[in-house]
Design a protein around this ligand. Structure first.
Ligand SMILES: O=C(O)CCC(=O)C(=O)O
Ligand SMILES: [Fe+2]
Length: 220
């Protein structure tokens, strides 16, 4: 991954919202895509929203299961949620460090959830806030595959003012502090723009989050 010396400098989109283009090397992207395939082997879910609409984005969760709008300790069929991999916790800490110049405080809630989103050519995500976490650590977002338009708004309304950012494969976006509860969404992806080496048709997004919920009781 690019360090501060050689990488593209961070771009502050809003206070506490930082875009780091090209943070992941192509090799790291290939590895993460491979991991996502393993993590999503149990299938990706298209959630039904409270008003009955079906999400066009397919989702898989690690650590805790997310459904609109809560975290659960088990999957809908009662089986355990796949664990949150240590490598993603390490990645989240490094991402926060490169975005803000300092790692999370030692007393901060640990990163314990990964949500993996898959966008096929027509998929999009409406404006929303990530507010089901109890902790307020920054959300760390990694993009793989097709470029998307990421709309980053404000904390008050799902409308303007907002900034549209192109997130490309390998980009890092971190939003915390005053932007932690800002509305954001993905109005569209640009089909066919994924780096060929990834062998990915579509877009994957991984968000790493600190739930702030008590750790699951360990098995007896
Ligand atoms: O796909 C993205 O870049 C954003 C995903 C997102 O906002 C979410 O999972 O809450
Ligand atoms: Fe979100």
């Amino acid at each position: 991954m690019n360090d501060a010396l050689f990488g593209t400098p961070p771009v502050e989109i809003a206070p506490g919202a930082v875009h780091l283009p090209g943070w992941l090397s192509e090799e790291q992207q290939i590895v993460l895509v491979e991991r996502c395939r393993e993590w999503a082997r149990g299938g990706m879910r298209h959630h039904t929203m409270p008003r009955g609409g079906r999400m066009s984005v397919g989702m898989t969760a690690l650590g805790l299961y997310w459904r609109p709008y809560a975290y659960e300790r088990v999957l809908p069929d009662g089986s355990p949620v796949p664990p949150f991999p240590e490598e993603l916790g390490d990645l989240a800490v490094r991402a926060v460090e490169v975005a803000y110049g300092a790692p999370p405080a030692p007393e901060a809630a640990p990163y314990d959830v990964a949500l993996i989103n898959f966008y096929d050519a027509g998929a999009h995500m409406g404006m929303h806030r990530d507010r089901d976490e109890v902790a307020r650590e920054p959300v760390v977002s990694l993009s793989l595959g097709d470029t998307c338009v990421f709309r980053f708004g404000n904390t008050e309304t799902r409308t303007r003012p907002h900034t549209d950012v192109e997130l490309r494969s390998g980009d890092l976006f971190v939003f915390g502090g005053p932007s932690r509860l800002a509305y954001h969404g993905v109005p569209r992806t640009r089909s066919g723009t994924a780096p060929p080496a990834l062998g990915l048709v579509g877009r994957l997004n991984i968000t790493l989050r600190a739930s702030g919920l008590p750790a699951a009781p360990s098995a007896p």
